[in-house]
Design a binder for this molecule. Sequence first.
Ligand SMILES: *Cc1c(COP(=O)(O)O)cnc(C)c1O
Length: 416
Amino acid sequence: MTPPQPASAKPTHASMAQFPVAHGELLVGGLPLARLAARVGRTPFYACDRGLLTQRVAELRAALPAGVKLHYAMKANPMPAVVGHLTGQVDGLDVASAGELQIALDAGTDPRAISFAGPGKTAAELRQAVAAGILINLESFREVGILTAASAELGLPARVAVRVNPNFELKSSGMKMSGGPKPFGVDAEAVPELLAEIGRAGLAFEGFHLFAGSQNLKADALVEAQRQCFDLAVRLAERAPAPVQCLNLGGGFGIPYFPGEQRLDLTPIGANLAILQAEAEQRLPRAELVIELGRYLVGEAGLYVCRVLDRKISRGHLFLVTDGGLHHHLSASGNFGQVIRKNYPVAIGNRMQSEPGETASVVGPLCTPLDRLADRMPLGHAEVGDLVVIFQSGAYGASASPQGFLGHPPVIEVLV
Ligand SMILES: *Cc1c(COP(=O)(O)O)cnc(C)c1O
């Protein structure tokens, strides 16, 4: 339990101690930030720390029962070097397009350990997936017909799991992906009919995929969702044309972005998964449990780094104008799914020793008031040339931002 904060105390950001500081500079992969910036050659850039990726996988392995498979949902950060680093450490990759599939295969991932989800898979993508031999999470009756034709043509039965849109929601989730009407998956009540079609078509049925929501920091909500997903899968398995070999319970593990948020406690999640795994031995004896995580694996290992171009005071308000902005980092600007704009953790990465004594807004070079990376935030004193760092930027960064907007150069990404 954390002690209650006095009503007057402003909530603060969680500690970003995953990046150590030496001589007033943040270290990324052991390199002082200014030296890294010199090595990269120009700002802005994203830097991801490979040691922190490895450490995060190890923490998950320690907290989750042995035998529960850990997958990386690539859309969080599809940078090939990141995918290449993680593929040797996790048990599988989840892709959401043929483009991601190519990166996964190029990284050397075993096709048997790749799964493909998404609501609008094209016939071409489905055919590529059958040829690759990966598991396809079916999200529509339409996909059955396309896969039947592709299987016949290629002489390979398509490997399929059914993505179920459950009849419940993940509570406290930043982005809800299930319950009620959704474009994702097939409504639980229609799944028995889909299973019958899969059986008639002779596709290789392997299991179920349930993904209830994203960015959740409440362990008890995740535990409840995993239990409900498990029970639903057990009920649906009675109607399946083959034994369940793979039960993907989704993920949704969140990371702290905003003041007052705290890191997720993995202990109850691991304990619950151990219970579900023991029940699976009885009720789904051939099934492996899978957890698929995107931002939880990569988000805390990445930084966005931009340089102060100007210090402007407008009617008493300090603006640090930088070369970075929403065109590279839409989510830090508050325009990627947030209802109320809040500040990511931000620091002056080459002056970490200076106390946050100035209140400043960090803005980018775009001619729009939306281009704001920090709004009236206490920061260390910064001069032109200093390096502004945005933490928690390893997920939904470059690939989730409108880089073409206003025609500035694209962002560089490095793995350190
Ligand atoms: C986006 C997505 C994920 C990853 O979500 P995170 O919040 O980044 O962990 C996992 N599975 C599916 C099906 C997704 O669409």
